[in-house]
Design a protein around this ligand. Structure first.
Ligand code: KIV
Ligand code: NA
Length: 265
């Protein structure tokens, strides 16, 4: 295998091969994810939730994102690494957006950046693209706007909102984004958008007809027991495995069963 590129993802869409994304935020996890053969790793701003315990993605800083992205890049050999640009670092000011994207690329070694929104951040996307930095779009439930939505539930159920989302998806493609994440939208809308675009769509809670899928790694591994949206499939119960191991360790130490003399110098 070799390094996955934006061009390769577009070829995968063309030949009908589904694209796999998972998030990672640290070296050890990213090493496991990359070795397993994932196409791309998203260093999501969900690091704010999963790594730092915040309720939303809003508090995470650009410096925090660079730290996580660098940790992932240090581990990865084959997967494409995409880093989110955090809230407040690109909206409304194209030059600030460019500087944030340049810092991520330069200081972390990521291969691309992701931003949330369509028309309203058009100038920022254009500016980032002028520096030759590949950009992934993100439409539907865009968590940086959670206080506008007021809920983490499915978006674009109404005809008008669906039309606007399709329009924004086409705009992102025209601007030059190489992929777009579709989060928490009806499956039939995601299908329509995926068929209307030549760039790949990467779905989360967007049904089976997007060109690829993404999940938060801790969610799909079963490490976030209180998070159970309809779209989530748990591929393991790693949290339970850890709980069991930690309890065994505690009882072994308490009962003087660990360490043995064989495990001593
Ligand atoms: O930050 C993130 O993890 C994301 C994915 C859920 C798409 O943006
Ligand atoms: Na994100």
């Amino acid at each position: 295998t070799k390094k996955v590129t934006a061009l390769e993802l577009q070829k995968m869409k063309k030949r009908g091969e589904k694209i796999t994304f998972l998030t990672s935020y640290d070296y050890t996890m990213a090493k496991i994810v990359d070795n397993a053969g994932i196409d791309a790793i998203l260093v999501g701003d969900t690091a704010s939730n999963v790594m730092a315990g915040n309720d939303t993605t809003l508090p995470i800083t650009l410096d925090n994102m660079i730290y996580h992205a660098k940790s992932v890049v240090n581990a990865v050999e084959n997967a494409m690494v995409v880093s989110d640009i955090p809230f407040g670092s690109y909206q409304g000011d194209p030059l600030q957006a460019l500087h944030a994207a340049v810092r991520i690329m330069k200081e972390s070694g990521a291969n691309a950046v992701k931003v949330e929104g369509g028309e309203e951040i058009k100038e920022s996307i254009q500016k980032i693209l002028t520096a030759g930095i590949p950009v992934v779009g993100h439409l539907g439930l865009t968590p940086q706007s959670i206080f506008k939505f007021g809920t983490f539930s499915v978006q674009a159920k109404k005809e008008e909102e669906a039309k606007l989302l399709l329009k924004n998806a086409k705009l992102l493609e025209e601007l030059g984004c190489f992929a777009v994440v579709l989060e928490a939208i009806p499956a039939d809308l995601a299908k329509e958008v995926s068929e209307a675009l030549t760039i790949p769509t990467i779905g989360i809670g967007a049904g089976p007809d997007t060109d690829g899928q993404v999940l938060v790694i801790h969610d799909m591994l079963g490490m976030t027991p209180n998070f159970k949206p309809k779209y989530l499939r748990k591929y393991a119960e790693v949290g339970q495995i850890m709980d069991n191991a930690i309890k065994n360790y505690i009882s072994d130490v308490k009962e003087k069963a660990f360490p043995s003399y064989d495990e001593s110098y």
